[in-house]
Design a protein around this ligand. Structure first.
Ligand code: TRP
Length: 333
């Protein structure tokens, strides 16, 4: 009984490139924390990643890596549902149905669509356009109450809410209205090289972002090279974007407040501070990296987890999909 009353959390990540520190602090850490309190479903959005041309061999590797990282970060495939989106055909099926309840105008207004079409003018495919509808299907299929997302996905979540309301308006309460939930850290981790820009997995400058699988020396070296300012004081004053970024990373991994950090580094230089941040980040990531090595080596285990996740996901989403099919007038056996 108690299981049923738990609020449902759902989120997916795209398997493109290894997650960076911002993804870790913003998404992965929170996913693990929520696992105890809520009924969680987490997935690898491989269908979404096809909206940009992918190399098949690399993509397969990234899906496995992303999935193994979920487990390595502390998510339990028994307690939560950990699945790969393409293993459950209901996502594509519901996405088609929802396409018919989404307006061309709405999709044209999505800023991510506009940005990505500007970036890839030779591949403005229909999937790129209807991407948010697939995301709405992901969310609504599992009757999610809460959806942790990065700020950049908030507009898509609003669209999912609009689709939900529209559908329920016509057919009655079919879908649960999802709430978006932004974690502060997601908005906060900036590039180590250009601290006014968000840390990005696809940054050309390798020193700008820290991958969760970077080794200790690499992590420390990247922090040593982090761009700061010409002052010497570790404090969160306006204009000190580089230092503020390092302070929020340090705070994110140690749990210390900004006041505590300022006190800790009073009278010390940026060199000491950068080293401390680098070491703290490396310490924080070490257990997950160890676990990742172990898990990713065990192919049979990963595969059994994927199968379990797919089965669990399928069972839940089937109920929703059948309900939708009945409502719109299809013949359901
Ligand atoms: N579009 C999201 C991103 O790029 C990933 C995603 C796909 C997602 N489906 C989702 C996030 C459903 C939350 C809920 O970050």
């Amino acid at each position: 009984m108690e299981e049923q009353k738990k609020k449902k959390i759902l989120s997916l990540i795209q398997p493109t490139n290894t997650p960076h520190l911002g993804n870790y602090l913003g998404a992965m850490c929170n996913w693990v924390k929520m696992q105890e309190e809520f009924d969680c479903t987490y997935g690898i959005a491989d269908l979404h990643s096809l909206t940009v041309r992918q190399d098949p061999v690399k993509l397969r590797g990234q899906i496995k890596e992303s999935y193994a990282l979920l487990i390595a970060s502390g998510l339990d495939p028994e307690k939560s549902t950990l699945f790969v989106q393409s293993h459950n055909p209901h996502h594509s099926e519901l996405a088609w149905l929802l396409n018919c309840y989404t307006q061309f105008g709405e999709l044209s207004r999505m800023t991510q669509f506009k940005d990505k079409s500007a970036k890839h003018p030779d591949n403005i495919n229909a999937g790129l356009f209807t991407y948010p509808v697939l995301m709405a299907a992901d969310i609504l299929l599992y009757q999610a109450d809460m959806v942790p997302v990065g700020v950049d996905q908030m507009q898509h979540l609003e669209l999912a809410r609009n689709i939900c309301q529209r559908f329920n308006g016509v057919y009655g309460d079919v879908f649960t209205m999802p709430e978006g939930y932004i974690t502060k850290a997601t908005a906060k981790v900036m590039s180590l090289q250009e601290p006014t820009k968000k840390m990005s997995k696809s940054d050309e400058n390798v020193n700008a972002s820290v991958s969760v699988l970077d080794d200790r020396d690499t992590i420390i070296r990247k922090f040593k090279r982090a761009v700061t300012d010409s002052e010497t004081e570790v404090c969160a004053r306006e204009g000190k974007d580089g230092i503020i970024n390092l302070m929020s990373i340090y705070s994110g991994v140690t749990g210390k407040s900004f006041d505590e950090i300022e006190a800790e580094f009073k009278g010390k230089g940026y060199g000491d501070f950068k080293l401390a941040v680098g070491e703290a980040v490396a310490d924080k990531l070490a257990p997950m990296q160890e676990e990742y090595k172990r898990v990713s080596f065990d192919k049979a285990y990963i595969e059994s987890c994927m199968k379990l996740g797919a089965e669990k996901a399928y069972k839940v989403s089937r109920k929703t999909l059948q309900k939708v099919q009945k409502k719109v007038g299809f013949i359901v056996f």
